[in-house]
Ligand binder design. Structure first.
Ligand SMILES: *Cc1c(COP(=O)(O)O)cnc(C)c1O
Length: 719
């Protein structure tokens, strides 16, 4: 084959294209793009934690230009760039069809955290990952949409376990120039600077923009030379510091976020408060209206028309409450400037406006200043209506205006390489649009389309990848699993064993150690050589949550010093990458929260596309997802009389489900060695859960139920 070298201009075009592509997180859900960066520097890709921008910086410009003369590599680059540009320029989207006016007046989605990729660790857990997945789906759907959050210079903490098996936290600094983000500039090409009033001072901030496909997330950064050090540090860490730090962070997010939109000339038609953290945005909208001559009532009405709110948890601690004196202090200058008197402001955050003992609650503010509100699963909608009925004394509880939209996950972002390749091989180049079509998943029933053997082989492939990943991680974690030699690490975990995963934040209501309540029975289940069972755990406790840290300590202790040694491991430093390895590799995903405290849960939704099954309490999404045949339930809909009783009953139900259903089904192999009943459940799960619990369905629901109805901009006029 003849190949003529690329001209200098062509090479420049490709290097520019690569730099442009690296600065858009689109590459995090496109395998061809990832392979380009991986090919450029395989070790760099691994050591720089799959960060495309950092890999490009590691490779010299000269090397890159020379490498582009490799025909195969140049073809890969061209193909990825073509996909990238086609994606950015596709005019035929759901949004163009169903919500065209959002292009001009977009949804501004405010969230204190966004979990987008392991190279940008600015999320603490599921709430942030959901916000990231929401944004990616909004991009796919072509929705007029942008995100607003804070740029946490030190992100969320990294977890290390000390010799007492106690979690310790350390922080690493993020460098914007090495990440998929760019400074937000003003018309003169300088970094844009805005400000907010906090207490009696003015705090300045700049912003960064993260490109997520066709959407943008703006990150507010208070690290400006004009500010005192303690104000500069406000955007240092995710949920860092105490409640006074928290209130100031929330002022930056809510009030700063609106001011940033104005400075950028963006006029959102919807302000979506993703959790109460962002609710101060409504105070700024009201201030603007009052400054323009409106009365307080008119300002509130105007604001309500533009705001929607999603509540994410029934756990009390998840609802920020600030004492009156703290509010008074934090808003002193803002109150003076805005003519929103302190008393009126406090009333907006109270269920009983005149109860001077009631602290200011962000959820109450959000509910009072939104035209629509929702919980994140059917059961959570119900629980939330009950929780906030005090705000609507003249309505029966069923009519409390909080609906629900069940959470989902962004499928293409979570799907691991081998599964992507599997579908590409099976259905060809159009696989991405195929799997986005809900009808596609009905084909999982068809043994001609996909055989039991293929499914089972995929399961083995993914489990093997997880086990090898775990062995590498455990080796790095140190000589904690066994004192003996290196090779021991390659014997850890059994690629034939039923592999059960549990990974999430170690909030105590999630009850990570529940299964070990019945230690002796679990040991005997795991140690049966004909039915090997093993557990992989991971998760971080909040830095100030000692109870959560004790859970971690207990599990690590058991993994080292009990009869479960060899059948139980704990992987440190849970994050999006560890999550991806675990949800793809495990056969069974264990979820045993104290019902009804798990508003939705999303980690279990990530296992389905990896041919995995859920074993879960009927809480959150699983209460509507479980159909009797697509996985396993722990217990039923009944409620125990006390927390102690609930824990006892649930641990018993968990043990029984494992012993009587999960383990026998997994090991019931036929003459060909395939567990047919198990595979049947996998088929049923993929058919019934994949599309339903995806963010494409979810963001369409937000579009149809929250963003479009009642939107004052639908007529395209500039109201
Ligand atoms: C999906 C995900 C979560 C959410 O897990 P839940 O089980 O729903 O609590 C938390 N953290 C990370 C890193 C995730 O990927």
């Amino acid at each position: 084959m003849n190949y003529s070298p690329l001209s200098a201009n062509e090479v420049t075009e490709l290097t520019n294209g690569l730099n442009r592509m690296a600065k858009n997180l689109w590459w995090t859900w496109n395998q061809d793009a990832q392979e380009v960066f991986h090919t450029l520097s395989p070790r760099g890709w691994q050591n720089l934690y799959h960060n495309a921008v950092a890999v490009l910086h590691e490779v010299s410009d000269y090397e890159l230009r020379v490498r582009l003369q490799e025909p195969e590599f140049a073809e890969k680059v061209k193909s990825a760039l073509k996909q990238f540009d086609d994606y950015l320029n596709d005019p035929q989207t759901w949004g163009a069809q169903h919500a065209p006016f959002l292009k001009k007046n977009p949804v501004a989605y405010f969230s204190a955290e966004f979990g987008l990729h392991e190279s940008l660790p600015i999320a603490a857990g599921g709430l942030g990952v959901l916000a990231g997945d929401h944004t990616k789906a909004a991009s796919d759907l072509g929705l007029g949409f942008c995100g607003i959050s804070l740029f946490y210079r030190e992100g969320y903490f990294q977890q290390a376990i000390n010799h007492e098996n106690w979690q310790t936290e350390y922080y690493t600094r993020l460098h914007p120039e090495n990440l998929s983000m760019e400074p937000v500039l003003n018309a003169k090409g300088e970094q844009l600077v805005c400000n907010v009033e906090i207490a009696n001072q003015v705090v300045y901030f700049q912003a960064w923009q993260v490109n997520v496909g066709r959407t943008v997330i703006y990150l507010i950064d208070a690290d400006r030379p004009e500010n005192d050090q303690h104000h500069r540090d406000l955007t240092l860490r995710v949920y860092g510091g105490d409640s006074s730090t928290r209130i100031m962070q929330e002022i930056l997010l809510g009030i700063g976020g609106v001011r940033l939109m104005r400075a950028l000339g963006i006029t959102p038609s919807v302000f979506h408060m993703n959790e109460g953290h962002a609710a101060f945005l409504s105070l700024e909208l009201m201030r603007e209206q009052i400054a323009g001559g409106s009365s307080m009532e008119e300002a509130l009405k105007w604001t309500k028309e533009r705001c929607v709110f999603t509540t994410h948890t029934p756990v009390e601690a998840g609802h920020d409450r600030f004492p009156e004196d703290m509010m008074h202090y934090a808003f002193s200058k803002f109150s003076d400037l805005s003519k929103i008197k302190h008393k009126a402001l406090m009333k907006l955050g109270r269920i009983h406006p005149d109860d001077s003992h009631e602290p200011f609650c962000m959820t109450v503010l959000a509910l009072k200043t939104s035209r629509a509100a929702n919980g994140v699963s059917e059961l959570h909608g119900q629980v939330s209506r009950d929780m906030w009925k005090g705000l609507y004394p003249d309505k029966p509880v069923e009519e409390v205006p909080i609906s629900h939209i069940t959470n989902g996950i962004y499928l293409k972002g979570w799907m691991k390489g081998p599964v992507r390749k599997f579908w590409k091989r099976k259905i060809g180049a159009e696989w991405e649009s195929e799997i986005a079509n809900p009808d596609f998943w009905n084909r999982m029933d068809d043994p001609e389309f996909i055989t039991d053997e293929e499914i089972w082989a995929m399961r083995y492939h993914l489990r093997r990848e997880l086990i090898e990943f775990a062995r590498r991680r455990l080796l790095i974690q140190g000589q904690r699993i066994t004192q003996s030699d290196f090779i021991a690490y390659d014997r850890l975990l059994n690629p034939d064993a039923l592999t059960i995963g549990f990974a999430r934040r170690f909030a105590t209501y999630k009850r990570a150690p529940l299964i070990f309540e019945r230690m002796q029975e679990i040991v005997s289940l795991c140690k049966d050589p004909s039915h090997p069972v093993q557990f992989i755990f991971a998760g971080k406790a909040h830095p100030r949550d000692d109870d959560g840290k004790r859970f971690i300590q207990k599990i690590i202790h058991l993994s080292l010093h009990s009869e479960l040694n060899g059948n139980l491991v704990f992987l440190e430093n849970y994050d999006i990458h560890v999550a991806r390895m675990m949800v793809s590799g495990c056969d069974v995903w264990l979820n045993n929260p104290r019902r009804p405290l798990e508003a939705s849960g999303t980690s279990g939704q990530k296992v389905t596309c990896h041919f995995g099954l859920n074993l879960s309490i009927l809480d959150g999404w699983w209460r509507e997802g479980y159909n009797g045949e697509n996985g396993f339930a722990i217990g039923d809909d009944s409620h125990a009389s006390s927390v102690e009783e609930q824990d006892r009953v649930d641990s018993e139900n968990l043990y029984n489900a494992l012993k009587n259903e999960v383990i026998p089904c997994f090991f019931a192999r036929d003459a060909e060695g395939v567990p047919r009943q198990w595979v049947k459940k996998i088929r049923n799960a993929m058919k019934t859960l994949t599309a339903e619990f995806g963010t494409l369905r979810m963001v369409e629901d937000y579009g149809r139920k929250m963003y479009v109805p009642g939107n004052p901009y639908t007529s395209d006029s500039d109201s």
